[in-house]
Structures are given as C-alpha cells and as structure tokens.
Design a protein around this ligand. Sequence first.
Ligand code: 7TS
Length: 409
Amino acid sequence: MMTTVFDVQQYRKDFPALSQKVYGKPLVYLDNAATAQKPQCVIDTLDRYYSAENANIHRGIHYLSQKATDAFDEARDKVARFINAKESREIIFVRGATEGINLVAQSYVRPLLKPGDEILITWMEHHSNIVPWQMVAEQTGAKLKVTPINDAGELILPEFEKLLSEKTKLVSVTHISNALGTINPVKKIIQMAHALSVPVLVDGAQSVPHQAVDVQDLDADFFVFSGHKLFGPTGIGVVYGKAEHLEKMPPYQGGGDMISAVTFEKTLYNKIPYKFEAGTPHIAGVIGLGSAIDYVSAIGMSRISAYEHELLEYGTRALSKIPGLRLIGTAKEKASILSFVLEAAHPHDIGTILDQEGVAIRAGHHCAMPVMERFGVPATVRASFAFYNTHEDIDALVRAINKVFEVFR
Ligand code: 7TS
C-alpha cells in the first residue's frame, strides 16, 4: 500500500488568509471551531459565479439561469455523496447548523409534541442545540431532559439510557463538542434511541470538517452542519433528513419555490427538498460549499483526521507541561480542540495577550454556558485546529502562553 505524506505546507499555500501578518507577526490561526479559512478554489468559485454565472435558479429559461441551476443541483449531489445520504433530495439547504436545528424543531418535532412529552439532549450542547428545543417545549408543554457528563467531559451513557423513555420524542446530540472536543459515540446513541423507536438528530457542525461522516452507517434521522466551518462560505448550511421523515413534515417557511401551485384558497407544496427551501437560496454559497467539499475530499477526510489527531496529541503533551494550566475536556475520544484555563489569568486577558502575539484563539463560554457551569469556570481559552495547522503553530501557542506568565507574574 502506498503511504502519502501529509504535506501541510503545500495545503497552507491554498489558503491566502494564512500567510498574512497581524501586529507584524505571522498569523497563527487557531480559531477553526468558530470558522475556518477558505481555500483559493472556494474564493475563485464565488468570484466566477458572481463574475460570469450570476442568475436566479429554477426560474429562468435563459443560458445563465440554466448554468446556475446545474451548478446548484450538482452541489446538492456533492453534499449527498460527502455524507453518504441515500438520495440528493434528502439534502436541504439552510443558513447553517443553527437554522437546521430550528427547522427540525419546528417542522418535525413541534407537530409531534404533547404536554409531558420529552426532548433529550446532553450537557455539552452548543446553545444552538438547546434553545430551539426550549422554544418548542414552551410552545407545546413538552419538557427538555439533559444527559449529564463526567469530569472528563464524556457523556454518561447509563444516565442517557435511564432518561430515554416512551415519552422521548427526539434525541438531539452533538457529534463533537465545540467547547470540550469530546467525540460522542453517536452510532451507539442512535442504536439505543432506535431500540425505543426514538428518532435522533446529530449536530455535525464540529464533525464534518474533521472526520468522514456516513449518515446511513450512523442511521441518523437528521444531521445538520454549517458550510463555513468546512472551509466554505458563511450563510450556507445543510439539513440531512431521511426522506420518510421529510415527506411527512410541513414546510418550515412559505414563499417562492416551495410550492407546486398557489390559489388564494389553497397552496399545494412542492416535493422534497424544495418544500423546505422558500425564497431565492444562497446560490453562491451552495456552489461554494460544493467547491469546499471537492477540496477536502481530494485531500481525504481520513487523512485529515489522522493528521489532526497527531496535532492534538502533540498539543495536549505541550500544554500539559505548563504549570497551573488545567485542560477542560479530557475525553478519551477527542477531536482537535484544546480548551483550558490558567490559574494566573482570566481567559479574556490570556486571549488579548495571545492576540498580540499573532495567535488567534477564542476566549469565552463558546456558546456552551452549561459546560462552563459544569466545570466551574466562567470561560475557557480554546485553541481549535484544522488540517492546515502545524506543530510550529502549537509551539507558537506555547510561547504566547509563556508571555502571559511574564505579564501576570
Ligand atoms: N453546533 C455546534 C456544535 C457548534 O459548534 C456551532 C457553532 C453551532 C452548532 C452553530 O453553528 P452556526 O454556524 O449555525 O453558528 N460553534 C461556534 C463556536 O464554537 N465558536 O463560534 C461558533
């Protein structure tokens, strides 16, 4: 078997933003869980679309409209193949993971819920996978149940099993925690839920950029993610839903393109996926996302995971040597996120000092306030890696942390 070297320096050249300096220092971009940088091919795709192919889709019969429509449809096929959906019509374009979860909450879960029914989530969810369920619970009289996590930041599966019941109408769980890096055993969770005929939504916002995803192998009922964390444009995201669910769901929003016929007496809805895509979509975003998927697929998601795992191990070893540094999130199964606090300084002050050194991280609660509460910290510093990060980036992070000690001596 041929083994290929992971040529990170070559890949870095594809990302123009990475070669810049900030405050006269080379940018070390470690905020990939918030959003990822874009390769030139994605930027070129957007440029080409707006320069030469801009037209609305599905409406015109003219040349440009046909071209844009073909590119749009092709991108839907690419997304379907990327996550191994059975059919392209199971792919719905939305603004991002957040809108995707809201769509499932309002169109799938809300009509099912009666007072006393339950939605089961976990303690490590992003606010986007908490608040839409609270809203739908308030609208229907249902209850939100939360699976606890242990001190390493792993789900406590026996507790999950106890909380699952015939009252549970949906389980919604993140594939990878944005605040802790924990990789959840979603396949097992789905099996446990399906044993009681409970459908499962997987929040894949943090997983699709870092590992291969196969929605059929997982047997997920719904799977959502955002394009911008996958090296694609902002404002575009995906809901995968099994066709059998999507067929039964009412539309999320009303408007153009989601209908097959309108009279003032009655509107007949379009077939899936169009039923869920009211109005002119983010055409450039969809085509740009297709280009991002081509780009990462050519590198190979399993090679990306293997390389990032090595980065994580190197980073974990390096940070563990720093006196007074406490890692928040030490799960056995972890993705390339290092969240930590220092005894010496507040995360926001650390963030400011790191920024001055050119090291971009996020300091705060990471839209996961219950996680912060669970670990008894107001905030953490979070370094999150992508496949274009290097061992030198981690060395720069460690040097910048040492500066913090100089300031807060
Ligand atoms: N789910 C998870 C697990 C996330 O990490 C995020 C964004 C979302 C949902 C929402 O995605 P959006 O694209 O709709 O906003 N997470 C982060 C983060 O960790 N820092 O900034 C955004």
